[in-house]
Design a protein. Structure first.
Length: 663
């Protein structure tokens, strides 16, 4: 309650004042509070001078959108998203929508950053409605009557309501088609149209999509390669890059990761990254990182078509659009050192060479360097190329260099109902060969005429028992004519498919446990999360629950199920197939394999988001079975095995417990 009318007038007088006409990069120094080791302190704009121009463009009616592409640790989200939100609350009230990548991220952003920042600043705290029901995790109502919403990409968030300002944060981690309605950027633009030149959309992110055409040739150095997501939006704008001036030759250049100088011959990432400098591309002089802040303070954003002379004068005809677009690269980031950039890149390269996985390499190029990614090698190969590699290794005999065997099973439905099996032989450094491929499609069950029925994995658990007989207990002769055989180390089996398969798979695993054979068998399933780890062990919960302290808690299931990042594992398989010479991870093929095998192995295609998919209704079993065999390797972490002191099952034949004489 107000003590008097004059108190009420004083309290509400700010609500009818004109917006504060001050550059966002300046006013943020007073009202933007950021987390500094557990406490909130004022934002220091002097250490991120490259953010001044993008921030100030958010207030210019000449633009309907600001697009910012940059690496992690640049303060892009704090400066642009948090700074603009605080300015809207304290100085220039308007309805604002902040879109995070997911509901979970929206809640986390509101609780950990936005709400504490609002309450840390007297001006923004005082601007909130005093009614408690006006403010919750996702909605903030201000005394001025404007509305601040924290949402996530969905048809409901973008539907109907008009917003003067829409902020899209971490854009490349959002779905690029929201509910079939279009891209988040396009939908955001529709929501601000009502406000004409005063409406504004912000999109910020590090790159997250791969280059769609690696052979594309840029027409201008300010142009981004063709990708989806934030770099596509950047290309629609005026294409600004951040330039430094060499203190020696005084020429201007864009500081990019490729200009970093470090010991590329040193195999140890720590030693290779001990000393890192950045070379001027004009004169070759190497600059030390301690000058980074100086360079950033003197740095300049240039639109496509502009250039600077040695005196800092701008020349040229700039690209003019309604979008102000900015692209910053890793070496300029205030909160990331050049040593860190090199260390992460070198370590990711080593991981790629050792495991074939490109995920760490993709991550460091996208988020640390601020650049789009294309795999080190073309991610495709032809069936004919692989078939030409086939050699005479004998008919399903174990070559002398193979140390252990694994097998994988894919579930088939319909007319081909049954089990497809692929056996792989593994040697030192995981050089491997397709040792066998066969189908189990005839059951021991008989029809009325005494003929064997088709295997039905979704209906009969007794059909699964064929796996025990025909796969788990299967052995292969060694090529040394000694009469010895090698047993299969482990079998991986798909647990999905037609209705009933999962239930029967679990039931079969329980039967194996009773026979003490379950340790040689694992169930696998493709995970839905694209950026998940390669393999993750889960225990699917049964339907029953227990009550603990008044709450229902799902009980852990009794069946171990390995969730696979199939897209990432397939990347590794393709890289293996592209290796040209025998050695680590090289794949050998026996000449008895049919042409259809190679068609299956190469049928899938990789989209621009890095996901593998079937372009039609063709078969891809050989590819999937390769993935399941690799799941066994990853589940045991065998990609990191020390081959100078290998595990017992990877020893030479005379010492190997998997090798035996059946007679």
């Amino acid at each position: 309650m107000y003590a008097s009318t004059s108190d009420q007038f004083i309290e509400n007088s700010n609500l009818i004042q004109a917006p504060k006409r001050e550059n966002l990069s300046k006013t943020a120094r007073d009202i933007l509070y950021v987390n500094q080791g557990g406490t909130f302190g004022k934002w220091d704009g002097d250490i991120v001078p490259y953010m001044w121009e993008p921030m100030d463009c958010l207030q210019l009616r000449a633009y309907s959108a600001v697009i910012f592409v940059g690496p992690a640790r640049t303060s892009k989200t704090v400066s642009l998203v948090d700074g603009w939100a605080m300015h809207t609350i304290a100085n220039d009230p308007a309805d604002m929508l902040i879109v995070q990548t997911s509901q979970e991220k929206a809640s986390e952003f509101s609780k950990k950053r936005l709400t504490p920042a609002i309450h840390a600043c007297p001006e923004t705290s005082a601007a909130l409605s005093p009614r408690s029901y006006d403010n919750n995790v996702h909605d903030k109502i201000l005394k001025a009557g404007n509305y601040l919403k924290i949402g996530w990409p969905s048809k409901n968030v973008f539907a109907s309501s008009d917003w003067k300002r829409v902020l899209l944060t971490d854009y490349d981690r959002m779905p690029q088609n929201v509910g079939g309605e279009g891209s988040p950027f396009m939908l955001a633009g529709k929501r601000t149209q009502t406000f004409m030149s005063s409406g504004m959309v912000l999109a910020e992110s590090s790159p997250g999509f791969e280059i769609t055409d690696p052979n594309f040739r840029l027409e201008h150095n300010h142009e981004a390669p063709p990708t989806e997501g934030i770099l596509h939006l950047y290309n629609l704008g005026d294409r600004r890059l951040f330039y430094w001036q060499c203190t020696d030759c005084r020429e201007w250049f864009e500081p990019d990761f490729d200009l970093l100088v470090w010991d590329k011959e040193e195999p140890d990432p720590s030693k290779a990254s001990e000393k890192v400098t950045l070379a001027c591309p004009h004169c070759g002089v190497e600059h030390e990182e301690k000058k980074k802040l100086h360079f950033n303070l003197k740095g300049r954003w240039l639109r496509q078509g502009e250039y600077l002379d040695k005196n800092g004068q701008v020349h040229g005809e700039p690209r003019i659009t309604r979008y102000a677009s900015f692209w910053q690269k890793g070496p300029t980031a205030t909160f990331q050192t050049w040593n860190e950039l090199v260390y992460k890149y070198k370590a990711a390269l080593i991981e790629y060479e050792r495991t074939g996985s490109i995920q760490s390499l993709k991550t460091t190029i996208n988020t640390d360097q601020g650049k789009p990614f294309t795999p080190p090698r073309t991610m495709s190969c032809t069936a004919g190329d692989l078939a030409d590699r086939a050699s005479n290794y004998g008919l399903k005999v174990v070559p002398e260099w193979v140390r252990f065997l694994t097998a994988a099973i894919d579930i088939q439905a319909g007319k081909r109902s049954g089990f497809e099996v692929q056996v792989i032989g593994w040697g030192v450094d995981l050089e491997h060969i397709v040792l066998d491929r066969f189908a189990i499609n005839k059951s021991n069950r008989l029809d009325d005429d005494g003929k064997r029925l088709q295997v039905a994995p979704g209906s009969y658990v007794e059909d699964w028992e064929l796996i025990t007989e025909k796969v788990l207990k299967r052995t292969y002769p060694l090529e040394d004519d000694s009469g010895r055989h090698m047993a299969i180390l482990k079998v991986a089996c798909d647990s999905g498919g037609e209705a009933g398969v999962t239930t029967k798979a679990y039931e079969y695993y329980r039967n194996l446990r009773k026979q003490k054979l379950h340790r040689r068998f694992m169930l696998v399933k493709g995970a839905s999360q694209f950026n998940a780890t390669l393999i993750r062990l889960t225990y699917p919960s049964p339907s029953k629950q227990k009550i603990k302290r008044g709450k229902k808690i799902n009980m852990r299931g009794d069946i171990p199920l390995y969730m696979l990042n199939t897209h990432q594992i397939k990347d590794g398989v393709i890289n293996d197939l592209l290796r040209e010479f025998p050695g680590p991870r090289f794949v050998h093929f026996p000449d008895w394999l049919p042409e259809s095998f190679y068609d299956e192995l190469t049928y899938e295609v990789r989209d621009s988001a890095g996901r593998w998919e079937k372009p039609g209704n063709g078969a891809n079993e050989a590819f999937d079975l390769m993935v399941y065999n690799w799941a066994i390797i990853y589940s045991r972490k065998l990609e990191n095995m020390n081959w100078e002191n290998p595990l017992p099952f990877a020893l030479p034949w005379d010492q190997n417990p998997l090798v035996f004489n059946p007679n």
